[in-house]
Design a protein around this ligand. Structure first.
Ligand code: GN1
Ligand code: MG
Length: 358
């Protein structure tokens, strides 16, 4: 049975009113498989998002879902009286047995959300206004969760942003060289190794308690944010799998990485990849408007560095996966992970060239 057929079968186990009238596969995302369905009831159509959770990446999907249900309920409560309230948090649709997931015959977990319409998404920032809105939206998300006890969340992927551990994984991949690719990537390896010490600082400040533990999303790239079609406001942060305790600098970092770059994460022409200081300034201005009130001084001071650090961790992770024979990220062609690692390194170099100007 193909996955879409399987999805259809699973979907019937969720508590969704009406008849299933259509299903489409969504190809975005490097980890989970996603499907969009349409249901019809009394002539009215509604869409839903269904995902099969990748259990190699998330070994405890029940804990992932428990985190998500708690965090989305918290945001729903905070935003219930606002305009477009239904678009400001994801809504988990339970299975017919009340659980927030269904386990299929291959022991894979599936979940369903109400599809959020009336929104725009971007893979790249088109202008400074969107950058400003993105910053403000991420700051709002953090601020809505600033009174949520982060220690009550499950750590779904331990040491996810531990740069030291990510470098150790790269060391092992280089040493084993299972697919014989190390010789092609000497330049990339040496750039990353030269920056190793600087890269571990944020994690060390977090682990030593100098940076406070908060609820962090850990994947705040621009295409995980939904913008209102009506007002342009960044309404909702999606892709909540990696919500867990962390430092908010992981999230400022990923938003800087993806919102201030002039090319896609997998652009082959490196000439096109630069860091935009104009987008950065707009992003941080929006972010500070909604986040400044709850940040500590050390958090504020770390924002600029966080963009460089998270870009670096992605370079390390993509290169490691390339050397390991592409076992983690979905790839569309053999060099895909190498292309991704190179864009991240280029982005870091572009930051460094302009470091004094922003
Ligand atoms: C992965 O699945 P997706 O595309 O939302 C990854 C993130 C990376 C991102 C890079 C669990 O996220 O850490 O930043 O790719 N998620 C996981 O595009 O590893
Ligand atoms: Mg993700």
């Amino acid at each position: 049975m193909d996955t879409q057929q399987k999805a259809k079968e699973i979907i019937s186990g969720f508590s969704i009113p009406g008849e299933l009238v259509g299903i489409k596969t969504n190809t975005q995302g490097h980890i989970n498989s996603t499907f969009i369905s349409t249901f019809e009831k009394n002539g009215e159509r509604r869409k839903y998002t269904h995902q099969r959770i990748n259990s190699n990446v998330f070994p405890h999907p029940d804990e992932v879902m428990e985190n998500i249900v708690r965090v989305t309920s918290h945001i729903q409560e905070k935003t219930k009286d606002m305009d477009e309230a239904e678009r400001r948090a994801l809504h988990v649709i339970p299975a017919k047995d009340g659980k927030p997931y269904i386990i299929d015959d291959e022991n894979m977990y599936w979940r369903t959300y109400g599809f959020v319409d009336g929104v725009n998404t971007y893979d790249r920032v088109p202008d400074e206004n969107i950058s400003y809105n993105l910053g403000k939206g991420i700051g709002t998300f953090q601020s809505e969760l600033s009174d949520f006890d982060s220690s009550s969340l499950h750590t779904v992927i331990p040491r996810f942003h531990d740069m030291g551990m990510r470098f150790s994984q790269l060391d092992t991949a280089i040493e084993k060289d299972v697919v014989g690719r190390v010789k092609e990537v000497q330049e990339e390896i040496s750039f990353l190794m030269d920056n190793r010490e600087r890269g571990v600082r944020i994690w060390n400040d977090f682990e030593s308690g100098r940076l406070p533990s908060r609820v962090t999303h850990n994947d705040t790239k621009i295409n995980n944010v939904l913008f209102s079609e009506k007002t342009g406001e960044a309404l909702c942060v999606i892709d909540l799998d990696t919500i867990m305790p962390g430092t908010i600098l992981f999230d400022t970092g990923d938003m800087i990485r993806t919102a201030c770059s002039t090319a896609d994460e997998d652009e082959k022409d490196l000439e096109k990849m630069e860091f935009s200081t104009a987008f950065y300034k707009a992003l941080v201005e929006g972010y500070m408007e909604s986040a400044a009130s709850f940040l500590t001084e050390l958090e504020k001071e770390g924002i600029k560095e966080s963009g460089r650090t998270i870009t670096q961790i992605m370079a390390v992770r993509f290169l490691t996966d390339y050397l390991q024979g592409d076992t983690y990220y979905k790839i569309a062609y053999p060099e895909h992970n190498l292309v991704r690692a190179r864009t991240q390194i280029k982005l870091m170099q572009s930051m460094d060239r302009q470091w004094k100007e922003y």
